[in-house]
Design a protein around this ligand. Sequence first.
Ligand code: ADP
Length: 304
Amino acid sequence: MNSIAINAKELTKNFNDVIALDNLTLKVNQGEIFSIVGPDGAGKSTFIRICCGILTQTSGELKIFELNWNLHRKEIKSKIGYLSQRFSLYGDLTVDENINFFAEIHNQKNYQNRKEELLEFTRLKKFRNTFAEYLSGGMKQKLALACCLIHNPKLLLLDEPTVGVDPVSRREFWKILSELLKTGMTILMATPYLDEAERCNRIALINRGKILACDVPQKIKQFIKDKIFEVICPDTRTVYHTLLKEDNFLNVQMFGDRLHITTAKDINSQALLNILNKYQVKALSIREIIPSMEDVFIAMTKNQ
Ligand code: ADP
């Protein structure tokens, strides 16, 4: 059995003079949850839309379960579920009716058992007769997911599925995803949230249509060769602007009430404290930290 769900080789997509994907090569293994992370305009949606067959690449090759969109359209369609950013439910149809509608679109005949399973799974059973327009944001999202799963796809493509969803619903959505993974499903998700990406088996960081790094989260964090210190001090905003002038600092970032300062490996906490004293910064705490995904991403996009 082949174990590659998505196999993209040197994919390029141009929209007139905009290069949305630039020679992108990427493999997603069957049964894994894989995230593509990047800022707005990085090319995430374009990649997912090409995987769904909505867009066609300008050049390069793409295979979904070893199949080519040009030759095996119907077969690929039956294997994928796609939740787009603007997935629209029918507000004047009930939960049940929305699922029925998507089952019919996918030419499903005997879908009643699957529907019950999905209603159970998404905990929407007791809302089955509620009109979709009266559901909360989180519930709408779960219903949209149920609609995408009615035809029992093997590969789920999610385009920023939790943007605008409250934290509790986000957690619940993730629980559902982990249940799906247990059934052997492959999930590819685009997300702007680095904390979400960290929960995936593998991550591709992309920017301007190019892959900056692709690996398991732990390995991606090791891409940072320098040291990162977290500094807590009063008036971080002013301190941040002051410290940008310091030559020994490779990078300074503000994370709420704390600063992340990147330095070369040979700087220790005492040396850092001496530098901060030079600027009369009253550090309340200094500690070396393991870089977060966000640190890695900032460092990588800076290098690019
Ligand atoms: P992301 O999902 O990471 O925000 P997109 O894939 O939507 O990024 O966009 C990548 C680039 O391609 C952006 O510069 C965007 O403006 C451009 N783009 C995307 N879709 C179209 C389109 N249909 N027509 C023209 N440009 C597009």
